[in-house]
Design a protein around this ligand. Sequence first.
Ligand code: AR6
Length: 175
Amino acid sequence: MDKQILEKLEVLQGDITQLDVDAIVNAANTSLLGGGGVDGAIHRAAGPELLKECRTLGGCPTGEARITKGYNLAARHVIHTVGPVYSGKPRDKTLLTGCYRNSLQLAADNNLASVAFPAISCGVYGYPVEEACQIAVDTTCGFLKDNPAITRVIFMLFSPADLKVYEDYIRTQTG
Ligand code: AR6
């Protein structure tokens, strides 16, 4: 992988709601009306105005993404994407790739330079983090090659174990 592209990636552990970036990505469901996990945390931190705007969007199909303002978050925007429920079928990868690509496309369309992703689908949707990590990193690097205006992509992992998976995979790409 191109070194200049990899230098735009950061892998951190913690709470994505605390990040001061142009957009944080939410691992939502097709209703876009909130839920548990990172979705619940983002809605709590952003405040009720976020749900109000989400109600106007009419949901979002799996693999696609929608953008809202960030309200009480430090992040200026929230990009809501809907990951697949893991089934072990090839379509999982297509859909998860779509989540990353479509989220980054929205960032580019809105002239955003910094974007932070959680491990989409790796919580209640059951995607194995080793597989999801490769999709996240490969899709992001591919997108950044053609979209130099995005200068910083953070992968914000909640657990030390997930952090290590990302760090190890990115290390294999730098060699
Ligand atoms: N910051 C960063 N990562 C987090 C945070 C946080 N504050 N909280 C949880 N995670 P999940 P999914 C991690 O279940 O699998 C919701 O109810 C978590 O440890 O939030 O895509 C939606 O409404 C895991 O690694 O999302 C949907 O119904 C990752 O975020 C459904 O869950 C994703 O876990 C979506 O399921």
